[in-house]
Design a protein around this ligand. Structure first.
Ligand code: FES
Length: 245
């Protein structure tokens, strides 16, 4: 009689979470509908491990859930006040480092950075705003690149390369001088291969890359995160438009 193989499991906040060989903690959590805050991770993309928002404590070690493989017996702490406060500080730093003006941003209500800030109970940026000088590329009739809103998660870089097969974007520079650059002779979007329906535009978690051809097509109040907080939306399945957590 064939032996029944019991599923491999980790524990996240005391809850048994099954996983398959090769899955990360994040993938196992998403499959089970457990939310771990994240910005640079997206299902279907290689883990990047850059934003560190998904940091969890796994059997006593700090690890990023999107890059750490799930292993039998791993005890993961995710929703503790210590972790939530560290994550809040990471998001506050992102707001202080960039020029994010939510009330004026077309992505408001669909923006993962804004939604994560709300879910982490962030009330202010806490750190001094740096007001970096960043340029805007409005050269393309249908696509806008606003570097003020870019959090350098490289999702557009990966999407353009792996999904759109175009390689339109890259990050260039170091530290505070890092910025998203466009692969074209002029360095402008208008001379690149970008098109408004490219995955690279849809995957942007903030308003850094926007399709200009349908502004405000979903009214404020009816957007993805307007009524249901990001942490209460079942991972990867919710939403009423392009922005998916
Ligand atoms: Fe894991 Fe960004 S989501 S490091």
């Amino acid at each position: 009689m064939p032996q029944k193989i019991s599923p491999r499991k980790i524990k996240i906040d005391q809850q048994d979470i099954p996983f398959s060989e090769g899955q990360s903690i994040m993938e196992a959590a998403e499959q089970a509908g457990v939310y771990i805050p994240h910005l640079c991770h997206k299902a279907g993309y290689k883990a990047h491990g850059s934003c560190r928002l998904c940091t969890v404590k796994a059997s006593g070690r700090w690890v990023s859930a999107c890059t750490e493989p799930a292993e039998v017996g791993l005890q993961v702490e995710n929703n503790s006040s210590e972790l939530q406060s560290q994550r809040r500080a990471i998001v506050q730093l992102l707001f202080a480092e960039g020029n994010h003006h939510c009330p004026f941003c077309e992505k408001s209500g669909n923006c993962q950075l804004q939604a994560v800030a709300y879910s982490l109970d962030m009330h202010d940026a806490h750190f001094a705003h740096q007001f970096p000088h960043r340029t805007l590329d409005a050269s393309h009739p249908e696509v806008l690149l606003d570097r003020d809103r870019c959090i350098q998660c490289e999702l557009c870089v990966r999407a353009s390369k792996e999904h759109d097969k175009k390689n339109v974007f890259a990050l260039s520079g170091r530290g505070p001088h890092t910025q998203l650059i466009v692969n074209s002779e002029s360095g402008k979007l208008k001379d690149s291969e970008i098109e408004k329906d490219d995955e690279a535009i849809k995957v942007c978690p903030t308003g850094a890359l926007m399709n200009r051809s349908k502004p405000f097509s979903v009214p404020i109040g009816q957007r993805q995160f307007d009524n249901i907080p990001i942490d209460q939306q079942s991972t990867g399945k919710s939403g009423n438009n392009e922005a998916q957590p």
